[in-house]
Design a protein around this ligand. Sequence first.
Ligand SMILES: Nc1ncnc2c1ncn2[C@@H]1O[C@H](COP(=O)(O)OP(=O)(O)OP(=O)(O)O)[C@@H](O)[C@H]1O
Ligand SMILES: [Mg+2]
Length: 368
Amino acid sequence: MRIEEIRLENFRNYARLKWQPNPLINMITGGNAQGKTNLLEAIFFGFTGHSFRTNRDREMIRWSSSFCRVEIDFWLDEQHNSTVILLTAEGKKQRKLNGKSGHTLDPLLLPVVFTPDHLLMIKGSPEMRRRWLDQELGPLQPGYLACLRRYQQVLAQRNNLLQKIREGQRTRQELEPWNQQLASLGTRIVAWRCCLLAKLFPIVREIYAQIGGKDEKPGFSYLSSLPLERATGETEILERFFGELSRRCNEEIARGQTLVGPHRDDMVTTINGQDARRFGSQGQQRTMVLALKLAQLELGKRFTGDYPIILLDDVFSELDQNRREQLVGRIQGKTQVFLTTSLSTGWEMSVLSGRKITVLDHVLYEGG
Ligand SMILES: Nc1ncnc2c1ncn2[C@@H]1O[C@H](COP(=O)(O)OP(=O)(O)OP(=O)(O)O)[C@@H](O)[C@H]1O
Ligand SMILES: [Mg+2]
């Protein structure tokens, strides 16, 4: 996929912008608060209909404006496409793909984004890692998102029932049909996650070796709330799911909560056998997240035959020169890349010299 032209109107600090990016690497430079991240956000918003930095859409509309518009012309499979999104201050959102409302892109073709917040995938709570598993890795498996939505509904209803049993309004017997549904949907989610991780991991290892060096061996394991040990087949997982539900029934009623299942699972990343969250350096953690993200991109390519666009926000800080060079070497030429940096341009130009790049400086836009 390749963006041909981006047009912005009233998006954050951009009154207007019309830009034809380079087909390969686009480096967006400038001091702090110039609108570098805003530009990546606009691209992401144009394709996905939401921001990667806020849940409040309205924040993206330029102050004192009543709407914002993002238009992107792009090439996909040698076909020309266009996407337009209009957002009004009243919260109305209109999206069109090739002039048609209601049409959206295959989720696997949506841009892959890396921002400093993604370090929370390593440093943050298990919820952050589950979000990555569910929103970024999961969609590589057809049916994953539908199954997850159903699981979340069943989970909410089962929790509600557990609370009523605790209060004496309902009986334990009523749990049975919910256990069946919870276990069968939950088993499928756990099995899919394990299977996707098993496919992803060899790619992560290869990318980590390239960017981080051969002396650092990354590893990771799926930490389940079920006693999985080495079980990854659906029949075994299902058996253990039922086992845990009956073993912890009293505790679940006392707490009014479902205590086992994919909504309580986690993932641990290690470097040379040590937990990356507790012992990894900042640069190692960043390298690990990048390796996971880039591996996700490679896996996506196997399914769709095309690489999505890559958006890298402030990716260079905390990486030493060698890692920066290896990273650029890894991504260049595969797909269109947009990267921001507030560092002085001296070394980037030396790393990137001789490569086909465009440097966009903030002076390009009108307004501010
Ligand atoms: N809705 C908005 N309307 C107008 N300006 C906005 C809006 N939202 C944010 N801004 C401006 O955008 C600036 C931040 O832009 P952005 O986050 O893209 O900076 P940056 O170039 O990435 O900086 P850094 O190098 O610090 O990451 C803010 O300082 C703010 O003035
Ligand atoms: Mg920024």
